[in-house]
Design a protein around this ligand. Structure first.
Ligand SMILES: [Zn+2]
Ligand SMILES: [Zn+2]
Length: 346
């Protein structure tokens, strides 16, 4: 099998390995489609505080080819979708219902999706692997992980207001894949969505995906009286956009800081508005198994049509070229197919 390793910033190496055998509780899966992700690009550019260099890629779907001892729920031939982590269920965070913050969530990650085969560890097989129905393509199924993050963000928003779990309207700052997934979720939830974007093609895509309103970020900077929204979701990842997110939140509204900033970042926020206007500031990180199941159901039901978010479908062998393109800001999300003879939307 081929296995792509990220060995240093901007260095992808191919290794030829014998295909692995699944241990107890594990699954050996033939990857049918893998997706690139913003986290992968960050790691490619400069490494990642929580992820080591090594087997690369984490968003994928495929077919089970062998099962380890004690696996009862899956058999060879099953098409599956999964996420790359699972909580332990026993640490303080897990016991207190914050499984997304499990102390052991990154102990055993299913990394190495840019390969012909991948082994899924026992903890993931137990909680975060699901059968993929025939009607859902492998590429769409591979959106399970990013969509789980989006679902988690919306569940954080919901919990922050018991009287009105869903906001009347939402502004989404940033029109990358994550911003667009928030837009698709807002459409599904029936929440009026405004997208704040910078590039013309992304504004066009936001329009196609059903944004009620699109605002050019540059116009907003010079606006005398900026609009205000019941909820603002920040997905651009800059100190300025964190501040903008609060500025665009109306009194009694919710600001969701969805994108992470480099560690050590400090953001000056308008304390007067947070206090006297009762603005709820929220963070969202990762997802719980319940979020993953909700995301799975949305994908299977076709409630979140993700196809327009794929920039191109490419043979796995072109992975280094794909990351060079992403590094040059060409495209947002690529689907990599190990078997190039397979039809585009496998
Ligand atoms: Zn991802
Ligand atoms: Zn835990």
């Amino acid at each position: 099998m081929r296995q792509a390793l990220l060995t240093a910033p901007k260095t992808i190496e191919w290794h030829e390995l014998p295909s692995p055998q699944p241990g107890a509780g594990e699954l050996l899966v033939r990857v049918r489609a893998a997706l690139t992700c913003g986290t992968d690009l960050k790691t490619y550019r400069r490494g990642h505080p929580k992820l080591r260099f090594g087997p690369f890629g984490h968003e994928a779907a495929g077919d089970v080819v062998a099962v380890g001892r004690d696996v009862k729920d899956f058999k060879p031939g099953d098409a599956v979708m999964w996420v790359q982590t699972a909580p332990c269920g026993q640490c303080d965070a897990c016991v207190n219902g914050a499984e997304n913050l499990c102390e052991h969530i990154f102990d055993e990650i299913a990394l190495g999706a840019y390969a012909d085969y991948i082994v899924l560890p026992r903890a993931i097989v137990r909680r975060n692997v699901f059968k993929k129905p025939v009607g859902l393509s492998y590429i769409e199924a591979a959106f399970l992980e990013p969509l789980s993050c989006i679902v988690h963000g919306w569940n954080v928003l919901r919990r922050a207001n018991a009287q009105r779990p869903l906001p009347q309207n939402v502004a989404i700052i940033g029109a990358g894949t994550i911003g667009m997934l928030h837009l698709l979720y807002a459409k599904h939830a029936g929440v009026r969505a405004t997208v704040i974007a910078r590039s013309a093609p992304r504004m066009e895509l936001a329009r196609t995906l059903g944004a009620e309103e699109i605002i050019d970020a540059r116009e907003l900077e010079s606006a005398a009286a900026p609009p205000r929204f019941a909820a603002v979701i920040e997905c651009a990842g800059m100190v300025e956009t964190w501040q903008q997110a609060l500025a665009l939140t109306r009194p009694a509204g919710r600001t969701l800081f969805f994108s992470g900033l480099p560690s050590g970042s400090e953001v000056p926020l308008d304390a007067t508005r947070i206090h006297y206007e009762e603005i709820t500031c929220l963070g969202a990180f990762h997802f719980t198994p319940a979020d993953v199941r909700e995301a799975r159901d949305l994908l299977i039901a076709g409630r979140v049509p993700v196809r327009p978010l794929v920039s191109a479908v490419v043979a796995l062998a072109n992975l280094p070229d794909v990351f060079e393109r992403l590094d040059r800001r060409q495209g947002y999300k690529y689907a990599l197919i190990p078997e190039p003879a397979a039809p585009e939307w496998v």
